[in-house]
Design a protein around this ligand. Structure first.
Ligand code: HEC
Ligand code: HEC
Length: 306
């Protein structure tokens, strides 16, 4: 080989190497941003809580979490990327269809114990980031445990009728008349954090009673009280200041010096404590804008040391 041709080969090699670095670098950087966003949404959405057997310290998303409801007991299914036991064989469309429409790839209906009634509001790019993150987690070969539901709730087909009455699919619209902070807070609270799935009372069919949004109930999950978090001054959180709301969302401290209990303790640990500062402020701004509703049966903590 002559000197000049070997130089040409070297130059070509250098060019190929440079191109390879660019190609490896570019999607890598974009991919990192997507993964980070996916991990953040995963925490805020509380996916791990319902899909991990927290009582037995089971592997993340491998299923088994017990969810007691008036309709019977649900067990969070395995949603690891295992192709046989989890959702590893699902396409992006399949995954989006579950979150957006409460449907399985075979078209059967999912129970709203999976809060797709809220997740339906997530933006497309957030749904794909979430899937990318979940598919980066280790697959686990554990079979999902069948739910143990009271008659006649074991049938999936009537869920179609339930959804027709009680479920409006589609990304959260927001309100162009409000500022960006409010819109961010509304999106996170409604579509991702799904606070209303617990804090809004339900009717006998298990549908959210939106006329009493966030007013709480004396008979929440597992028969426990879920507090009124509307800005009502007497029975809600209207008299809490921003620092008190921040302390609750960040570390679960109540304004009377106690620590928030029951499932809310878990929500804080997994989810609201991970909110970044801007998003936490946005959520607080949104909560403050809700319609105040009095509900003495679900009174929130008084904001003082009385
Ligand atoms: C409040 C508990 C709860 C939370 C939070 C939750 N899920 Fe679920 N999820 C369930 C239950 C229960 C089912 C089973 C529903 C059924 O069998 O119809 C389910 C089903 C699913 C399915 C369908 C699995 C299958 O095999 O059919 C997917 C996908 C899913 N969840 C993803 C998620 C993601 C992603 C998140 C977080 C953004 C999440 N879930 C948060 C309870 C929850
Ligand atoms: C899985 C159900 C669930 C979800 C989701 C949930 N909460 Fe709660 N929350 C509860 C329960 C139950 C309590 C009452 C805890 C207690 O009695 O100690 C509570 C208590 C609270 C309190 C304290 C009120 C008081 O009693 O003084 C605030 C504030 C609150 N939640 C805000 C939120 C916000 C904001 C979200 C969404 C980010 C949210 N919660 C999501 C179940 C939930």
């Amino acid at each position: 080989m002559s000197r000049s041709s070997s130089r040409t080969v070297d130059a070509a090699r250098a060019a190929v190497l440079a191109l390879a670095l660019v190609l490896a670098g570019a999607p890598g950087a974009a991919g990192d941003e997507v993964m980070e966003r996916g991990a953040y949404l995963f925490a805020l959405g509380g996916c791990a809580g319902c899909h991990t057997d927290t009582a037995d310290g089971g592997p993340v998303l491998a299923g088994g979490r017990v969810l007691a409801t008036p309709f019977g007991t649900f067990y969070g299914p395995n949603i690891t990327p295992d192709p046989e036991f989890g959702i590893g064989g699902w396409s992006d469309e399949d995954f989006a269809k579950a979150l957006r429409h409460g449907l399985r790839p075979d078209g059967s209906h999912l129970y709203p114990a999976f809060p797709y009634t809220s997740f339906t509001g997530m933006r497309d790019e957030d749904v794909s980031a979430l899937k990318a993150y979940i598919f980066s987690l280790p697959p686990v070969q554990t079979e999902s445990r069948p739910h143990d539901l009271r008659f006649p709730y074991g049938w999936r087909f009537p869920l179609g009728g339930w959804k027709a009455l009680n479920f409006t699919p589609g990304p959260f619209a927001g309100d162009p008349g409000r500022d960006e902070t409010w819109n961010r807070g509304a999106y996170l609270t409604e579509a991702v954090l799904h606070c209303g799935e617990c804090h809004t009372p339900r009717d006998w069919l298990g549908a959210l009673d939106r006329s009493r949004a966030y007013a709480g109930t004396a008979a929440g999950p597992e028969g426990k009280k879920v507090s009124n978090i509307t800005p009502d001054k007497e029975t809600g959180i209207g008299a809490w200041d921003d620092a008190q709301l921040e302390a609750l969302l960040k570390i679960g401290f109540l304004p009377d010096g106690d620590v928030v209990g029951s499932v809310m303790g878990e929500v804080v640990k997994q989810s609201t404590s991970k909110l970044n500062d801007g998003d936490r402020r946005a959520v607080i701004a949104y909560l403050r804008s809700l319609e105040p509703i009095a509900n003495p049966d679900a009174k929130a903590t008084a904001p003082g040391w009385e």
